[in-house]
Design a protein around this ligand. Structure first.
Ligand code: C5P
Length: 229
């Protein structure tokens, strides 16, 4: 089976979650629209997903209509939480075999990383998520600031996006009430809660998330070689 016939048989849909306000960045536009390395932040994610997916959908703030230059890109109104935005995108593409969910806030993903996540799902996992080994020591702390546990760092991974999912597994996991969606910090947790199997895909250390102004400056430094190409 060729790559194109396999993809026609098992369509992949990329979803860019870009409907957040990004208040911590302090910009006058939603975070996904700030300039980063000469283009809007979310565009880096769209480009990497478009290289390996058959469709790309971007979830934008409900009060916003993006001027979209990329012909193959569709936009939908996001929801009140990150996973609610993902659910809206999934509902608009209900027949995908594989979904790849990507936060617009991570512009340093690569098409290779997206492909590696998709391949794990196509090999039988319900989900495959980009992840980096934790380098800090992580402790659990109670409400008074007292350390109650030091976790075994050798088993800890920081979970990122992209996250690829079996289509049926993600559709089922997202059909929960809005409070459950709002409490989820990633979509893999919702699939795990239903007993789904999730594997990690080691990601390069540079796959950072843009939350603050300092992150934005760091992302621009890391993106510089791609901008020069
Ligand atoms: O707020 P945070 O940085 O964790 O958001 C992660 C991603 O989820 C961002 O790319 C943001 O645009 C997106 N998001 C969304 N819909 C929301 C809230 C956040 O698509 N309601």
């Amino acid at each position: 089976m060729t790559a194109s016939s396999r993809r026609a048989a098992r369509p992949r849909v990329g979803i860019v979650a870009a409907a957040g306000s990004g208040e911590r960045l302090g910009a006058d536009v939603p975070k996904a629209l700030v300039d980063c390395g000469g283009q809007r932040l979310f565009t880096w994610s769209v480009e990497a997903l478009a290289a390996v997916c058959d469709r790309v959908i971007v979830a934008v703030p409900p009060d916003l209509r993006l001027e979209i230059r990329e012909a193959a890109l569709e936009q939908i109104a996001g929801g009140s939480s990150r996973s609610a935005s993902v659910r809206e995108a999934v509902r608009s593409a209900p027949d995908a075999a594989v979904y790849v969910v990507q936060d617009a806030a991570r512009p340093l993903l690569s098409a290779e990383l997206v492909e590696a996540c998709c391949e794990q799902v196509e090999a039988g996992w319900d989900g495959a998520v980009a992840a980096a080994p934790v380098s800090d020591t992580i402790k659990a702390v109670d409400g008074d600031g007292r350390v109650v546990e030091t976790l075994d760092r050798s088993r800890l991974w920081a979970i990122q996006t992209p996250q690829a999912f079996d289509g049926a597994a993600l559709r089922a996991a997202l059909e929960v009430d809005d409070r459950t969606l709002a409490a989820a910090t990633d979509d893999a947790a919702l699939v795990e809660a239903r007993g789904g199997s999730i594997t990690i895909v080691p990601a390069p250390a540079e796959n950072i998330k843009v939350t603050t102004r300092a992150d934005l400056a760091f992302a621009e430094l890391l993106l510089a070689p791609r901008v020069e190409r």
